[in-house]
Design a protein around this ligand. Structure first.
Ligand code: ZN
Length: 178
């Protein structure tokens, strides 16, 4: 199911009105759980949640996206790749990881079409989540840009591309059939 942001806001608004009616008539903001019918207390506080994630030490990754490049980090001691890039090596605690541009070539290991989406993703059309083994020997998990998921085959060649995620319009990486 796809829902526009407006439809989503409408749905939340309608639900809040229902809660208000129940509170008025019953004297308590207690509603039944949709699945189990167990009583749920609807807290009066309302939170709008946006995560803020510090990226100072991995900023090169985001600068790369702007240039259409995808970077990983690599531990020069253990030759381990980290993707999405990490600033520190958790194996040897090295803080001097190297930045390496990902070749972008790989093979499709597995994929799934997401039709039942979490509430915060309901404004997206159905999307494909895929895992690819890159030529460098590490895996990348991300959305796969493909017209028709029926054309996907495990083992097929894929490439990593930078595209905008709509409707938000931010740059991110996708796999694509190569
Ligand atoms: Zn290391």
């Amino acid at each position: 199911m796809t829902m526009s942001r407006e439809e989503m806001e409408q749905m939340v608004k309608a639900w809040l009105q229902t809660v208000e009616q129940i509170t008025r008539s019953e004297g308590l903001p207690v509603v039944p759980d949709e699945k189990t019918a167990d009583p749920l207390w609807v807290d009066v506080r309302e939170l709008r949640l946006k995560y803020l994630i510090p990226i100072k030490r991995v900023k090169k990754f985001f600068d790369g996206l702007k240039e259409g490049k995808v970077y990983a980090t690599r531990c020069p001691v253990k030759n381990i790749y980290y993707f999405p890039p990490q600033a520190d090596c958790p194996v040897c605690m090295d803080e001097n990881l190297e930045w390496v541009e990902v070749s972008g070539r790989g093979q499709l290991l597995t994929y799934t079409v997401i039709q039942v989406k979490p509430a915060s993703y309901m404004h997206y059309p159905d999307y494909v989540i895929a895992i690819a083994r890159m030529d460098e020997g590490f895996n990348i998990l991300c959305w796969m840009a493909v017209e028709d998921p029926a054309t996907l085959k495990v083992g097929m060649h894929v490439k990593l591309v930078v595209k905008r995620r709509e409707p938000e319009g931010f740059l991110t990486y996708y796999l694509e059939p190569a």
